[in-house]
Design a protein around this ligand. Structure first.
Ligand code: FAD
Length: 310
């Protein structure tokens, strides 16, 4: 069996695997797609100490760093079920979709999350070329430009307030007849002079010039009229969905599907830890996922050294 089995090969999982392997314990990592969300991005400018890198490059570096150690990498494998140990100090089982099952003394869950997409024409084509999902990451690229934020929940309104300080103009588009964000955020939003709020609006298309985004079309749900907004950037903020569907009958999840953890990365199950975007950690970012992955591995090690051989 593994001493530490990491499920998920993004920044959190890679950090966890490296920290575990450096303790000289038997470590494995299962990933549906090694690199995780990092593979879907281009410019990364907030990976501290590296002024600029690109997603695929960082993903390759993550994999190379893990390979520097004796880690059993099982890439392109999807975990389907977690069966907790049947007694304290026992072995947990992770069943893979391919039918294999892996045993481990500790498990670190780091299966990340995915941004909910609008699923409209142009969105895929212009991803990272005007269509963005993370204001903390890509906001500064739109300094002095016109942007839209899609979604009027807390994250959309927070993004609009954030972007209003950088962009020349922000259009916030909400599907519902009213915003769903906290009142205090809405008050702040409406106090900003360079923000336009459009409610009862459905975004129907992203327009580009072959190179970059140049606008979007939305439909007014009351009048059915369509409107074109000329802009350079679109931030989609309609939800971040944790990849935890496979865990619903094992660890405790929040209503939104996030794995509940404490500040050491413990989940509701002894010997099972979690890190990164799949968890309740606030602020879903690469450096944060890495920090948490490292902490989860150290917590797993801490747990292992307290186990008395039978
Ligand atoms: P993920 O990166 O989501 O990795 C999850 C891993 O788990 C993947 O390997 C996945 O294949 C695997 N997995 C999922 N389900 C299973 C399963 N059932 N079985 C096995 N494996 C599974 N952050 C920044 O700090 N700076 C940026 O500039 C930045 N830009 C971004 C741009 C885009 C377009 C996106 C989408 C995100 C961006 N982020 C950025 C956010 C950042 O990518 C995430 O916070 C970070 O990748 C989270 O790491 P993670 O390891 O928790 O999860």
């Amino acid at each position: 069996p593994f001493d530490v089995l990491v499920v998920g090969g993004g920044p959190a999982g890679a950090a966890a695997a490296i920290y575990a392997a450096r303790k000289g314990i038997r470590t494995g990592i299962v990933a549906e797609r090694f690199g995780g969300q990092v593979l879907d991005t281009m410019a990364i400018e907030n990976f501290i100490s590296v002024s600029h890198t690109e997603g695929p490059k960082l993903a390759a570096h993550l994999e190379q760093h893990v390979k520097d150690y004796d880690v059993d990498i099982m890439n392109l494998q999807k975990a389907a079920k977690l069966i907790p140990a049947d007694r304290p100090g026992g072995l947990a089982t992770v069943e893979l979709e391919n039918g294999a099952s892996l045993k481990a003394k500790t498990v670190i869950l780091s299966t990340g999350a995915r941004w909910r997409q609008m699923n409209v024409p142009g969105e895929d084509e212009y991803r990272n070329r005007g269509v963005a999902y993370c204001p903390h990451c890509d906001g500064p690229l739109y300094k002095g430009k016109r942007v839209a934020v899609i979604g009027g929940g807390n994250s959309g309104v927070e993004a609009a307030i954030d972007l209003a300080g950088l962009a020349s103009h922000v259009t916030l588009i909400e599907y519902d007849s009213q915003l769903r964000a906290d009142a205090v955020l809405q008050r702040k939003l409406y106090s900003l002079l360079n923000v336009t709020v459009v409610t009862s609006a459905l975004t129907t298309e992203v327009h580009g010039n072959g190179e970059r985004v140049i606008g979007l079309t939305y439909k007014d749900r009351n009048s059915e009229d369509t409107h074109l907004v000329e802009l350079e950037g679109i931030f989609v903020q309609i939800g971040l969905v944790p990849n935890t569907e496979w865990l619903t009958d094992s660890v405790a999840l929040t209503q939104r599907g996030e794995i509940e953890i404490d500040h050491r990365g413990h989940t509701s199950i002894e010997g099972v830890f979690a890190a990164g975007d799949a968890t309740t950690v606030p602020y879903k970012q690469i450096v944060i996922a890495m920090g948490q992955g490292s902490a989860a591995a150290l917590s797993a090690f801490d747990y292992l050294i307290r186990q008395v051989p039978e």
